[in-house]
Design a protein around this ligand. Structure first.
Ligand SMILES: [Zn+2]
Length: 331
């Protein structure tokens, strides 16, 4: 059980979770804002309590989008990511679960399963990916920040519940992001715990009509798909194995046509990253990375980034396994 640290571990965990919502940190980003002007602020939830945001639609600009075509409108970017990859704890897009393409890490995971390990085996889980969302949002009261990006939002804790609320209240499930008939999304961030891990959970969702937005909002909103860093198979492999990432640097998509809906069967759930040999060595104190976070006195000594990644991984493990069929109706 979590023992109380002398120093406020709660504050620290809160910081970690906050950081998790940020694009920054030392992890390899999923979105690339190089050359983007103006650069959007990363939305941060500072403390538990009521929150009101306005989710904006954007126009899909590239083939990077997992489901939609160029010119379509969407209100989020929803992809799968592997976290804590390789010695640098990188985060990287999972092209298997996102596009149904080859992913080195997923292949390594499958190899483990083929040797007879169960999906919930620690090593197998470590190679899983988690579903995250990115949003263009505006926050009443933070007008000076203009459009903010909410990064890496847990699909389970936010998007899924938002969809549930929206479906209950409206026929068109994405109406909350509509320019004309949109709605503010109200919800509550609450301090939550998974095992001994603390983080913000989201509850009490409700929609509240918002003023009409002009079409210019669509142009202002960031095309999230365009910012997505789609790594090559070799890049993922190199990150995973800890080698040099082949110099290729392209946040652009490969011109391969994407297999739209049917994606790959997606192996069960799982969550989190690393390889067998990393698994044992990743935790600097020889505890189980992604499972023992904040369970040991030494956790208080852990490096911030390592600690964040460990928490993230634990949280990710409670995500449900079913891949979902995305409902996207538009008027
Ligand atoms: Zn993968």
């Amino acid at each position: 059980m979590a023992r109380k640290r002398g120093r406020s571990i709660e504050d620290r965990v809160r910081d970690q979770v906050k950081k998790r919502n940020d694009s920054g940190g030392t992890f390899r980003p999923i979105l690339n804002f190089d050359g983007v002007d103006p650069k959007p602020t990363a939305f941060k939830i500072e403390k538990a309590g009521k929150i009101k945001i306005s989710i904006l639609p954007y126009i899909v600009a590239t083939d990077n989008h997992p489901d939609l075509d160029i010119g379509d409108e969407d209100y989020k970017l929803e992809v799968y990511v592997h976290q804590g990859v390789g010695p640098n704890n990188d985060m990287v897009l999972c092209k298997n679960r996102t596009y149904g393409k080859s992913c080195y890490i997923c292949e390594e995971r499958q190899k483990l399963i083929d040797t007879g390990l169960e999906w919930d085996n620690e090593e197998v889980r470590a190679l899983g990916s988690s579903r995250r969302c990115w949003y263009n949002i505006e926050v009443p009261g933070q007008e000076e920040k203009k459009i903010q990006i909410w990064h890496k939002v847990s699909w389970t804790n936010f998007e899924k519940r938002l969809m549930g609320t929206s479906e209950e209240d409206y026929e068109d499930v994405v109406i909350f992001a509509s320019l004309k008939d949109g709605a503010y999304v109200n919800f509550k961030a609450v301090d939550a715990k998974f095992g001994t891990t603390k983080y913000f959970d989201y509850e009490n969702f409700s929609l509240e009509s918002r003023p009409k937005l002009t079409d210019s909002k669509l142009d202002e909103a960031y095309a999230l798909d365009k910012l997505l860093i789609v790594p090559t198979y070799e890049e993922v492999k190199a990150l995973f194995l800890g080698g040099e990432v082949p110099e290729e640097k392209e946040p652009t998509p490969e011109p391969t046509p994407k297999p739209k809906p049917g994606k790959e069967p997606v192996k069960r759930r799982s969550k989190a990253p690393e390889s067998e040999e990393l698994e044992s060595s990743k935790c600097p104190f020889d505890h189980t990375f992604g499972l023992d976070c904040n369970n040991h006195d030494s956790c208080a000594e852990c490096e911030e980034d390592m600690f964040t990644e460990c928490i993230d991984l634990q949280e990710a493990m409670k995500e449900p396994e079913e891949p979902k069929k995305r409902v996207l109706k538009r008027k």
